[in-house]
Design a protein around this ligand. Structure first.
Ligand code: SAH
Ligand code: SF4
Length: 389
């Protein structure tokens, strides 16, 4: 005889990490559990402004609702495995993320400004020839909780998430591990949390998405955010860029710059410029003729240029640009009228400089074919963190 079906014995729904939800999604979630939308504002403030993760401590929420929240949700930032402090004030965090990998985040103080360099993926599939993250291969996208969690933890480590605590993290740049535009939805949600006044309230002029040139995603970006844009160019012509930034074979410079220009010109505030990142590598892309080509290439593009001396790491044969070549390159750009800055190497003593962010990527899925953004599933062994520094 058939047993009667017990409809009440449905499996309990999985609890949700509220750090996963961007403001609009948190409102929807509260409505979906039969609560008023304003609860989202209260919870965002408790979490992101006050650093409270325990519902029991949220004193303006009724006891009943606190119990309901605890049965349906939790708030859990990624765990800090290690933290390093550099002599120059730079602080690096190593976060454990689900799946046994680790990603890095760097805080760089500079006077009143405190820039947090966040990771968006575990490793990166794009394999730029001069990048330590690329050498790690790709494992997976970070979740929204893992991205915004980097801001949460860094801010908390400086006492920022206390009532009237000092505001240390003033800027966020997606220049850590990973290609943010290949983790589009999660990056956009995390940006919305960073910018929301009930969370960190960081202005659109202080959040920067850096991309090596995923053009179709860049074409969509303006529909979802008005953050600042940095383009990792590194070469003034396709022939050279193909060898440094493999995705260039798919989306060459002209397409990339046209897309970036559309993004910048589509922003509601005029006069915003994109940043061109140019990593200078000794005898590779640091010749005067490269600088002159760059001057021509960028003539009609609203840019400021950031020169980054290449940061050497173990698995690379490239060398840092010489000081002479760096100044010669910079002068050519300045004389042509471009605002040009040189990124000073910070946190060198703790391997926190650009391109040294390697984390530790478990079960890396290296691309069988280069120049393809998608990854295959061949798992390779873990590379110890210190092999890259
Ligand atoms: N994937 C994104 C963001 C992360 S990389 C991008 O490529 O833009 C952040 C910046 O660091 C990029 O401009 C990248 O080209 C640069 N970079 C990577 N490796 C470097 C290295 N070894 N030395 C100096 N800059 C490096
Ligand atoms: Fe990926 Fe950026 Fe590194 Fe290229 S430079 S491999 S896109 S993280």
């Amino acid at each position: 005889m058939l047993e009667p079906v017990n409809h009440s014995a449905e499996p309990a729904p999985e609890k949700i990490n509220l750090l996963e939800l961007a403001p609009a999604k948190l409102i929807d979630w509260f409505v979906s559990i039969g609560e008023k939308p304003f609860r989202a504002t209260q919870i965002l403030k408790w979490i992101h402004q006050l650093g409270v993760t325990d519902f029991e401590q949220m004193s303006n929420i009724s006891k009943d609702l606190r119990a309901k929240l605890a049965s349906l949700a939790y708030v859990e930032p990624p765990k800090v495995l290690k933290q390093w402090d550099s002599a120059d004030g730079t602080r690096k965090f190593l976060f454990e993320v689900a799946g046994g990998s680790a990603v890095e985040t760097v805080f760089i103080p500079d006077g009143e400004r405190g820039t947090l360099c966040v990771s968006s993926q575990v490793g990166c599939s794009l394999d730029c020839s001069f990048c330590a993250t690329g050498k790690q291969g790709f494992n997976r996208d970070l979740t929204v909780a893992e991205i915004i969690g980097q801001v949460f933890v860094a801010a908390q480590s400086f006492g920022q998430l206390q009532p009237k605590g000092p505001r240390k993290v003033t800027n966020v740049v997606f220049m850590g591990m990973g290609e943010p535009l290949l983790n589009f939805d999660n990056v956009v949600d995390a940006i919305n949390l960073m910018m929301d006044d009930n969370c960190y309230g960081i202005s659109k002029r202080r959040v920067t998405v850096s991309t090596s040139g995923v053009v179709p995603a860049l074409d969509r970006l303006g529909q979802f955010t008005d953050a600042c844009l940095a383009i990792s160019l590194h070469a003034p012509n396709d022939e050279l860029r193909n060898t440094l930034v493999p995705i260039n074979r798919k989306y060459p410079i002209a397409e990339l710059l046209a897309s970036a220009k559309r993004y910048i010109e589509g922003l509601p505030d005029t006069h915003r410029k994109m940043t061109i990142e140019y990593t200078l590598i000794d005898h590779v892309n640091d010749r005067p003729e490269h600088a002159h080509q760059l001057v021509e290439l960028l003539r009609d593009v609203p840019v400021k240029i950031n020169l980054i001396p290449f940061n050497p790491f173990k698995l690379s044969n490239y060398k840092r640009v010489s000081n002479n070549a760096l100044h010669r390159f910079k002068n050519i750009l300045m004389e042509a009228g471009y605002t040009t800055t040189v990124r000073t190497t910070r946190g060198d003593d703790i391997d926190a400089a650009c391109g040294q962010l390697a984390g530790s990527v478990n079960d890396r899925t290296r691309r069988a074919q280069r120049h393809r953004a998608k990854v295959d599933t061949e798992a390779v062994k873990i590379l110890p963190l210190d092999s890259l520094s």
